[in-house]
Ligand binder design. Sequence first.
Ligand code: FAD
Length: 448
Amino acid sequence: MSKIILAGANHAGTAAANTILDNHKDNSLVIFDSNSNISYLGCGTALWIGRQIDNPEGLFYASKESFEKKGAVVHMETEVKRIDFDKKTVSAADKSGREITESYDKLIIATGSLPITPKIPGLDLPNVEFVKLFQNGQQINNILDKREIQSVAVVGAGYIGVELAEAVRRRGKNALLFETADTCLSTYYDDWFTRGMDKVLADNGIILHFNELVEEITGNGKVEGIKTNKGLYQVDMVIMAIGFRPNAALGNGVLETFTNGAYKVNLKQETNLPGVYAIGDCATVYSNAVQSTSYIALATNAVRSGIIAGHNAAGPVAGTALESAGVQGSNGICIFNYKMVSTGLNIKAAEKAGFIPSYTEFEDLQKPAFITENNHKVKLRIVYDKNTRRVLGAQMASYQDISMGIHMFSLAIEEKCTIDKLKLLDIFFLPHFNQPYNYITMAALSAV
Ligand SMILES: Cc1cc2nc3c(=O)[nH]c(=O)nc-3n(C[C@H](O)[C@H](O)[C@H](O)COP(=O)(O)OP(=O)(O)OC[C@H]3O[C@@H](n4cnc5c(N)ncnc54)[C@H](O)[C@@H]3O)c2cc1C
């Protein structure tokens, strides 16, 4: 039996806590979280703000009470301030300033990530908001309720910025989307896809300011404008969404870190100190596409890493430590009903990782042309390594729900399949679903 301390109880921490409490009841668990709520699904923020769901109530799936019922000691609104890795103690302070020090046998750090804050003037003006916590969502929602808020700048055209720009439009406000790259979503998708999404955004009234660097937020007592390297625009609110950085200060030079500061962990989620685990956005992942350590901040990775660390900290099942299978960074986005999904590396990312990438692609209707209802075009690109022909990534886009298709490519990357392996793969055909010569087969067959 071990005494386990968990620092941070959002998605990664919740998964670790439930794993320990449900499967390893002989351990004791003490949880600290600096926030007042647990398990907020940030992915629902844009749906809530954009009025696609009625309210945020369904965006939580765990609570202090649910952990306590299973036997954990939970300290909410209590921030871990210091960890003494030699003495194996954690010191925290609650909101009244009271210090709590607890010893541990095993420690799981799940302190997540923090929004990147650029060093520009005006960030502290009222009506400048970041997007991370439930409380941020509440703030944005309330500000957008005000009639005087007419024009909103969203800074950053990654998936969160794009989703928030859509939500702002759905609230009937002008949305200006600023991005230093020349297109949206360029981390995960090639131009062939991002240009399609750029068009969807523009067709739905979002004003795109690509190739523009935000230099200042202007205003006197509140936001009045946003200044870039190309001009000054009048706006009433600014939503900052330029990315996240790992929140890994507690390691304090004792725990080894990756190039971006995330805790370096092995496949067991263990840091360089035995018995100290790091999970979720504050830790590295193993990328099967690149075949090395990487950093991909996603809730899906957070949950899986939490399950692994929970089992391993509590005492490995049947004496064998659980290991991560690695990740592909599979992701999806749906904007004004246009859907894009991807896994692994796009061409730019593959080049950056040192591969010589090739790609093959195909575009077709999802179902035979004689199906005239709910039958949309789908485009697919598969990226593979020119030398080994190993599949490195795949991207798909359509108004059709094609999301399930990408999971097959995720497994192909994990299993190190070559593009040739997909050429004659058994893919069933039924007109209700797909075509006999479907786009996966057609793309794979045409790979040179
Ligand atoms: C708007 C938005 C939309 C997203 N959409 C998706 C999506 O669609 N799909 C997807 O896979 N991912 C999505 N993500 C990413 C996903 O939310 C994160 O990857 C996930 O939250 C990581 O979980 P985590 O538990 O590791 O970290 P976090 O969610 O950052 O949680 C860290 C926890 O640690 C606590 N904490 C921090 N420091 C301390 C301390 N010193 N002491 C005590 N407690 C501390 C915090 O209060 C927090 O509860 C989205 C993120 C955002 C912001």
